[in-house]
Write a protein that binds this ligand. Structure first.
Ligand code: SF4
Ligand code: SF4
Ligand code: SF4
Ligand code: SF4
Ligand code: FES
Length: 863
């Protein structure tokens, strides 16, 4: 650290850092319209000029290109710098609607008022969506631009003389209105340098220079993935979120978490006067996501209008769901449960919790199962698969959760990613891998059946059949142990040279590592899809076992630090921590579904999840749900499963819940949310816990007072949450000082479990980036609003064998089910595998999972 003087004040600053950042951090107002913190300066706007004593060749310097040196004396307030800033701002606004910007009356004008000065102007701040939250506006205020030679008097402003370029409003996420652009290029650099996407560029030259997406067409025709990083940095109204462009002026902000995947990026909701979220910004509490999120985090809240959510309880009468008042519904549900317990015993009741909800909700459902209903049948849809993996690791490390921390990912030197498409399933993990490759020279090995956006960053891509991953990992481990130079694999369909390249990379890494000893050098990122066609559990166990072996072969006792497992859904780790799993001999989710058929399960309570779009063997699941004696669904939407329920109880949407979620690296993040009045009813906040407590009170003896505290229940369930609820700055292993490097026992010699490998065409079913889970769940036609995920994908050799051309239909069928699918013919998917988006046609493909894949038939459709 070094001492500098700013405007006569002594400031302690780190030598070498950009002066502009130090000025902002220490509260010295400075305009900096083209600078992005942390990136190299562009030095295009010239609004950040300051005076630096003794600087050469002149004391006037740009604060974004000046780095801190010992004893530096800086003046940001001199008349000279102000004049320079005003003069460059005049150029910047020449081609921008500047009437309000330079008008002394602006602060008095409210939207809708008539301009007293110049009422012919149609474009100005007062009619702009960014009014009162615009950096360009604030910047002109900061430098008193209105004092600058009143440029509107007798002067032709270019902006008002030319026809403005047309806005692009054709996609559901991002509006691009180039007439507001000041060509600061922040968007270009954010997209290229922060997101590694490169969807925006500066096109044309001279007066024709403009910002262009892709080849200059509409935004959705480019490779933009609507992460919104460019929106966050745009200082004007040129790039804005479409859903909230005109109502994104927040009166308050509250921290929360995205529940789109197990990365749990931390976000902040801008809240309107009536308590509804109107805008999302990333916040850096999550040290992996930092100031970045993906399209799901930014726009998830706006998919379903808050007014369209479910605030009421319903009871099925005949074939109709009839709305009931809360007390009547509570009475009826409690009576049903009590009768079922009396008639069939508590084990006739099953409870399904949600990975899209909070630890507090999960802890309550555990309490409801164990203390109120006294059933052992407690689970969530993905539970069996998650436990297959962590139990395998427990077998080799004595710990279920390995200590790898995603915040170290971009510091890795070698990354092995075993995932169908991380860019789509866990975009921020994918972003940090791109950072590691781009900024840390890391080597990426991608093992996946399908091309993904990470491919251009990979040194080697092993295109593998779904399920065969463990075979390859085992072979790599064995060859590393034998210390041979040649790698031979029985996976003959994979090109030999690529395999040899991968083996050579691993071998060199192992040799080099023997001399160094950094535990974060290696990252094995494991994000399996939720399903394989059959034998999912065996495949996952094989993969977990072999990943442990490979990590041990590569870095020995620090192996466990390198394995980063990413469950698909958000709070899977938290659910497990809250003991959401079958108790003793209780039934898991699939056994509960089977139990409905055998008469064991008479009543199922499902919280905030929809098995009809998330569970495999959809036909069987649907049949079971239709046949069960009592189906109780608790959800903030009326989804396809609740349409066949006997009772539907309301819940608040995830973003309105108070509580915590736990991400894949065991970081616990807190949500703070005061509910909108819409979710108040008869003096209680409408949410699962409050309603179920009323039901619980009626189930237990009348004279016993039910006192329940989430905090106590959570502490009882998991000692790691001892610092709950303010536990947001470190993962629980580190805070509780648990041993953070677990030794994996040694290379396991277990024989791999059979997974019915087959030469028949297989399916790869995975979550895609844009299709909304909640909109799919309610059967909305808008679920894939961009229409990017409405097709499957088939390899060109398979397509030619069946005589299928690009964009033609195939039929996937079994004895019971039949599905038509339009396919793109592309070698981005491995031969012998058809890719189908999980949420396409309300999860239609789920009917084909969890059965013998040899029974699946694929032909060309005649339609
Ligand atoms: S972008 Fe900013 S400066 Fe430009 S018209 Fe809108 S509010 Fe005013
Ligand atoms: S939304 Fe993201 S991907 Fe699209 S242009 Fe902006 S930064 Fe690039
Ligand atoms: S679109 Fe926004 S960020 Fe991009 S150059 Fe224009 S004003 Fe700057
Ligand atoms: S990466 Fe995952 S947690 Fe982060 S914003 Fe995207 S979906 Fe949400
Ligand atoms: S911020 Fe320094 S030139 Fe733009």
């Amino acid at each position: 650290m070094t001492n500098i003087i700013i405007n006569g004040n002594q400031v302690n600053a780190e030598a070498g850092r950009p002066l502009v950042e130090i000025l902002k951090e220490n509260g010295f107002p400075i305009t900096n319209l083209c600078y992005i913190d942390g990136l190299d300066p562009y030095a295009g706007c010239r609004t950040c000029v300051v005076e630096i004593e003794g600087a050469k060749p002149t004391s006037i310097q740009l604060s974004c290109t000046t780095n801190i040196t010992e004893g530096m004396v800086v003046n940001t307030e001199s008349n000279k710098t102000k004049e320079i800033r005003q003069s460059v701002m005049s150029f910047i606004t020449t081609n921008h609607p500047d009437r309000c910007l330079t008008c002394h009356r602006r602060v008095h004008c409210q939207p809708g008022e008539i301009c007293l000065r110049d009422d012919v102007v149609t474009h100005r701040c007062l009619t702009c969506a960014k009014n009162y939250r615009c950096e360009l506006q604030t910047a002109t205020e900061l430098i008193d631009q209105g004092e600058w030679k009143e440029p509107w008097i007798n002067e032709e402003r270019t902006y008002y003389e030319t026809t403005p370029p047309k806005p692009d409003r054709t996609n559901p996420f991002l509006e691009f209105d180039p007439q507001m652009c000041i060509l600061c290029t922040r968007c270009v650099r954010a997209c290229a340098d922060i997101r590694h996407t490169g969807a925006i560029s500066l096109a044309g030259k001279g007066f024709e220079t403009k910002i262009a997406f892709g080849a200059g067409g509409q935004v959705h025709e480019s490779n933009c993935d609507f992460c919104g990083a460019c929106i966050d940095v745009c200082p004007t109204a040129t790039l804005m979120e479409k859903p909230n462009k005109w109502n994104g002026l927040a009166t308050d902000w509250t921290n929360s978490v995205c529940n789109g995947c197990s990365m749990n990026c931390t976000i902040s909701y801008g809240i309107s006067n009536n308590g509804e979220p109107v805008i999302v910004r990333p916040v850096s509490i999550n040290k992996t996501s930092r100031d970045q999120i993906c399209v799901r985090g930014r726009f998830g809240y706006s998919e379903i209008n808050i007014q369209d959510r479910n605030f009421k309880p319903y009871e099925r009468i005949g074939d109709k769901l009839v709305s009931k008042d809360l007390n009547t519904a509570v009475d009826s549900v409690a009576k049903k449960l009590k009768n079922a317990i009396k008639k069939y015993g508590p084990q006739s009741i099953g409870i399904i919790a949600s990975p899209f909800s909070t630890n507090e909700d999960a802890a309550f459902l555990n309490f409801f199962a164990t203390d109120i209903v006294k059933t052992n049948n407690l689970d969530y849809i993905d539970g069996e698969n998650y436990r297959a993996i962590i139990d395998t690791w427990e077998g080799i490390s004595k710990h279920k959760k390995l200590p790898a921390d995603s915040i170290n990912l971009d510091k890795s030197k070698l990354i092995i990613a075993i995932a169908p498409d991380l860019e789509e399933s866990h975009q921020i993990t994918s972003l940090r891998i791109k950072d590691a490759v781009t900024n840390n020279n890391a080597t990426l090995i991608l093992i996946s059946p399908k091309w993904g956006e990470l491919k251009p960053f990979a040194k080697s891509w092993i295109q593998i059949k779904p399920g065969d991953e463990a075979i390859l990992l085992e072979e790599l481990t064995q060859c590393l142990l034998k210390d041979t130079d040649t790698f031979i694999s029985k996976l003959e369909y994979i090109e030999k040279t690529s395999l040899q390249d991968v083996f050579s990379i691993l071998k060199k890494f192992k040799q080099d590592r023997n001399q160094q000893n950094e535990s974060t050098d290696l990252a094995i990122v494991f994000a399996p899809p939720n399903y394989y066609v059959s034998n999912t559990k065996n495949i996952l166990i094989n993969q977990a076992e072999q990943i442990g072996n490979l990590a041990t072969a590569l870095i020995n006792e620090q192996a466990s630090n390198s394995i980063l497992y990413l469950p698909n859904e958000a709070n899977v780790v938290g659910l497990d921590d809250m003991n959401i799993r079958p108790i003793d001999d209780g039934l898991n989710f699939n056994e509960m579904i089977d139990g409905i058929g055998t008469g064991k399960i008479k009543c199922l309570i499902i919280h905030n999840d929809n098995p009809l779009i998330r569970a495999s063997n959809k036909t069987k699941v649907k049949k079971a749900l239709q046949q069960i004696e009592t189906l109780i669904i608790i959800d903030s939407t009326i989804n396809s499963a609740s349409k066949i329920a006997h009772f539907l109880l309301p819940d608040s949407p995830f973003y309105m819940k108070e509580g915590t979620t736990t991400n894949t690296s065991s970081y616990i993040f807190k949500h703070n949310f005061n509910q909108s009045n819409l979710f108040k009813n008869e003096n209680i906040n409408i949410n699962m816990k409050n309603i179920m407590i009323k039901i619980a009170q009626k189930i237990i003896e009348k004279n016993k007072d039910l006192s329940y505290s989430s905090e106590q229940q959570i502490k009882k369930l998991n000692k790691n949450y001892s610092k709950y609820p303010n536990f947001i700055s470190g993962n629980y292993r580190a805070i509780n000082k648990e041993n953070t490097s677990y030794r994996l026992s040694s290379i396991s010699k277990k024989k791999m479990l059979s997974y019915n490998a087959s030469n028949e065409t297989s399916l790869l079913v995975a979550k895609t980036l844009f299709t909304s889970r909640e909109l799919t769940s309610i059967g909305s036609l808008q679920s894939d609003a961009l229409n990017r995920e409405s097709k499957g994908m088939m390899n060109s050799i398979d397509a030619s064998n069946l005589g299928v051309n690009d964009n033609e239909k195939i039929i996937i069928s079994t004895k019971e089910n039949k599905m038509e699918l339009i396919v793109n013919v592309s070698d981005q998917i491995i031969k012998g595998t058809i890719f189908v988006p999980q949420y396409l046609n309300e999860g239609e493909i789920l009917s084909f999972l969890n059965q013998n894949k040899n029974e699946i038939n694929i032909i060309k459709s005649k339609n």
